[in-house]
Design a protein around this ligand. Sequence first.
Ligand SMILES: [Ca+2]
Length: 351
Amino acid sequence: MHKFKYALSVIALLSACSLVATAEAPIAQTEASAPQTLAAPESVPASEPAPVVSPKLDKAEFKVVASSQQSGSEINNAFDGSPETMWHSNWSDAAQKHPYTIDIDIGKLAAVNGLGYLPRDNFGNGAVKDYEIYVSRTSGEFGEPVAKGSFAREMDPEKPGKPKYQKVSFPTTWGRYVRVKVLSALNGDRFGSVAELDVMQDIDAAPFADEICDLGDKTAVRPSEIKGETAFNKGISQNAIVVDGNTHEKGITVRAGTEIVYNIDGAWDQVQGFVGREAGGKGAVTFRIFADGKEVFKRIGHGPNDVKQPVAVDIAGAKQLVFRVIPDNAAANADTGVWVELKLVRKGSEE
Ligand SMILES: [Ca+2]
């Protein structure tokens, strides 16, 4: 089961860039997170409830937003733990109608595998019928839903007169952002309402591996704009990328004065690699990296005989990256610079 789940998370990412091999989760960690179905040890006195490790994520860490809400019935009410309070879509504005979206930032990367839903009492206005659930690592891109279906008008057999708490299970998906899309109401009205929502996590999921994308490959992540002469996974002065006497298979060689722009929508955590010069260059160049307009890396006056310098920059949340190589002397703009083994890294679940 353990290996199977890990395989699932790997398959989900094969369409993007390569993964770094990650050791399997230590067994001890799994055992420490005992499922809540375990009976209380007999040694625990009845007056002290047995500790319960819930697969529900801690709602105190959530940041939630709804596409519509009525004053007094804000979206926070669906995450306050109380069945008495609810989120309700705006009913004052007659133009508001389905679909409504509820966006949940769970505050960290987690192995999400379920949603819990408690309808408002008596299944009144807006009680959800059709829904879709999305999970993503980025706040902007949700792709295809991980689950879709319809909630039933079902009463709780143990709490007469109260709606039943319903759970939706779906394949374990690593993400930080959960979107619940409310498509219709049980009574056919134009409203949406929710007494309580939970997000479940798979506490047995294997760690999520780091994901790495070589920008020289120009595959999953492509430049949105290139100004100037560039060579991907190649040199300009010669066919291979040769820096400090070593040949590198990956990297981007550019003519000084060149700018490369990537729109990455906050999906990556770090830029890694080196900056260097092709053999036989002349003059010095300056390497600069900007994340959302802010300079995050600068290497001034890198001469043709200087040893390549490492790049390791945190860019978490950045939507745009710009890589510039500037000639230190306008006459030297025939020179080239190399972004050696330049890559984007998306951190996995382990630090
Ligand atoms: Ca509530």
